[in-house]
Design a protein around this ligand. Structure first.
Ligand SMILES: Cc1cc2nc3c(=O)[nH]c(=O)nc-3n(C[C@H](O)[C@H](O)[C@H](O)COP(=O)(O)OP(=O)(O)OC[C@H]3O[C@@H](n4cnc5c(N)ncnc54)[C@H](O)[C@@H]3O)c2cc1C
Ligand code: FES
Length: 542
């Protein structure tokens, strides 16, 4: 490739979850010492989320996509291809980078409270841990995540299993860390006697020298603090950062999708409205929550826990969430079955009947995009724009209500709506799965949406989940309310349609693309052809 090459490494949701932070570090490290003139940068979503982690090498004349950079050998191959020379890497560096990547993956999952994901691969890593220190660290990680997942007893078992293999010594700091974690767990589980015995065992250790004596004093001091904490057992069985919800009803809105109405009076549900000191500064954002789908341990390919984790963007407001109401528009995949949605469909079939006792766990709200910048990272957070274009497809349409909530006094987070400029929407959908049409027509009529283009494609032959729901009459819905602010197109989006809509918008522009991955990638390429740069685009997977 030419000497003016830039490597963009995606740092958006799916890629970050697949270890893209480590990929960025690996490329930065490996590129040193190869041909000069290649620079590496973090980027937003590149539109191929299911093949994460991804990177793209761009020169003035070409673009080369690298997908599934799933281990260090893939990064080495990427650097070799882009720089034209083999990066120098010895076995120590290799081991360090591999370890860093696995650690980063788990940290990312923990940051998102995805406990099942955070535990995936730990058992395998334990089997091939090459030093005692590595094993102890891994067990410590595993126990902390198990405890966060509400499995305190299992966490304790994991710690006890490894403590039995070693003699407790004051110079073994990783082991003392485990002892302290065990004490925290015992305190949370209300196991006073075991806690006293643990303290006793540390008390009996004979320090050798000032340093060990100091360590012993510190450990005893922390152990004593743990005795005071002793919270109730019920709290220790909670899944950390999740709250209990129940399903109040389902409203099918198309042959394939329905709005799920969740309700909760659990105080742990948190709020999307983050306030600053004294409650004065409000950080506006679009937000999502993670649903735990209890598919069972047997066929769970995503980790050892009985659930899998899936993100959803509520269409109800942040104020509704605070009052214990949350409506989520969900497309159900039954053929081939989507793991979480086929489970959801099965367990929600009894909603409203007495036998429906299923509890649903939703995470505390998490940030999807900053508002008003509509960016995911902090790179372009201060970039001002004159207009916003949302290009959405399928269930990606759920981003529209979230953004619109920030344009209205009643639903925004603070006293003033942060989204002021004109917002236009291009929505691509199948005729049998056209979602939120009347809501978008109303926003058009009320002036919150400046223009709305709906591109409708024909239905694909697939089993309808709700065959009795009639297709929405998109033309009539818009035609009656706002004949001039909308256009309905039969077929797919094209460069021409995009170009025509972009001409109506004031620069600088922020474009948000959110839909299935094929759509996201195709729209990104079309926008690039028209000359819209990557830094004006935010891509979200949906
Ligand atoms: C931030 C964020 C917000 C989101 N918000 C929403 C939302 O509000 N509403 C919503 O509906 N979705 C939303 N999603 C998507 C959602 O998280 C799930 O990915 C979606 O519900 C599918 O989950 P699943 O487990 O049922 O499907 P998965 O099992 O993950 O499968 C995904 C797709 O692959 C197909 N598939 C599965 N197995 C096979 C197979 N063997 N062969 C071929 N294809 C297969 C499925 O049919 C489906 O199309 C959001 C995603 C993100 C990241
Ligand atoms: S390509 Fe990385 S998250 Fe979409």
């Amino acid at each position: 490739m030419s000497s003016r090459t830039k490597i963009y490494v995606c740092q958006a949701g799916s890629c970050r979850r697949a270890g893209s932070e480590a990929v960025l570090l690996e490329i930065e490290e490996l590129i040193q010492g190869t041909k000069k003139g290649v620079c590496v940068e973090a980027s937003g979503c590149l539109g191929l989320c299911s093949q994460a982690p991804n990177a793209m090498a761009v020169t003035d004349t070409s673009e080369l996509m690298f997908t599934e950079i799933s281990d260090l050998s893939c990064t080495v191959a990427l650097v070799k291809r882009v720089s034209g020379s083999i990066p120098r890497i010895d076995s120590t560096k290799m081991t360090r980078l591999e370890k860093a990547r696995r650690l980063r993956l788990r940290m990312q999952a923990r940051e998102e409270s995805k406990w099942n994901l955070a535990l995936s691969g730990v058992a395998e890593d334990l089997k091939c841990a090459c030093s005692d220190e590595d094993r102890l660290e891994l067990i410590q990680d595993q126990a902390n995540v198990l405890a966060a997942a509400g499995l305190g007893e299992e966490a304790l078992e994991a710690i006890d299993g490894i403590l039995k293999e070693y003699v407790l010594k004051l110079q073994n700091i990783p082991m003392l860390r485990l002892v302290l974690d065990k004490a925290k767990l015992l305190a949370r589980l209300g196991k006073d006697k075991e806690l006293a015995a643990l303290r006793e065992s540390v008390d009996q250790l004979q320090p050798c020298g000032y340093r060990e004596s100091n360590t012993k004093t510190q450990v005893i001091c922390i152990l004593e603090q743990n005795q005071i904490i002793n919270t109730n057992v019920h709290a220790s069985q909670r899944v950390q950062n999740y709250a209990k919800w129940h399903l109040d009803g389902i409203t099918p809105v198309s042959s394939h999708s329905a709005v799920y109405h969740f309700r909760s009076n659990d105080d742990m549900r948190g709020t999307p409205i983050r306030k600053g000191r004294g409650g004065r500064t409000v950080w506006s954002k679009t937000w999502h929550t993670t649903l735990l789908a209890y598919v069972g341990e047997a066929n769970n390919k995503e980790g050892p826990l009985p659930w899998i984790e899936r993100d959803y963007t509520p269409i109800s407001t942040a104020q509704d969430w605070e009052q214990g109401r949350c409506d989520i528009l969900i497309k159900l995949y039954l053929e081939p079955p989507g793991c979480a949605t086929s489970w959801l469909h099965r367990v929600s079939a009894n909603t409203g009947k007495e036998s429906s006792a299923t509890e649903f766990w939703l995470s505390r709200p998490m940030k999807t995009m900053h508002v008003p910048s509509l960016t995911t990272g902090t790179q372009n957070i201060n970039r001002k724009h004159e207009s916003v274009l949302l290009i959405v497809a399928g269930t990606g349409v759920v981003a529209v209500p979230q953004i619109m909530h920030h344009a209205s006094m009643e639903t925004c987070f603070g006293g003033r709506p942060p989204v002021k400029g004109p917002v236009s929407v291009i929505y691509s959908c199948r005729r049998d799965d056209a979602l939120l049409i009347s809501e978008m027509a109303n926003w058009c009529r009320d002036g919150f949406i400046q223009r709305c283009v709906v591109a409708i494609t024909d239905p694909k032959p697939s089993a309808a989940v709700f065959p009795y729901i009639k297709d929405v009459d998109v033309e009539a819905s818009f035609g009656e309310k706002i004949p001039n602010a909308s256009s309905i197109i039969k077929g797919r989006l094209s460069v021409n349609i995009l170009q025509a809509e972009l001409k109506k918008l004031k620069e600088p522009l922020r474009v948000v693309i959110t839909g299935p991955e094929g759509f996201n990638g195709a729209v990104r390429s079309m926008l690039e052809q028209i000359g819209v740069g990557l830094d004006a685009i935010t891509i979200l997977s949906a």
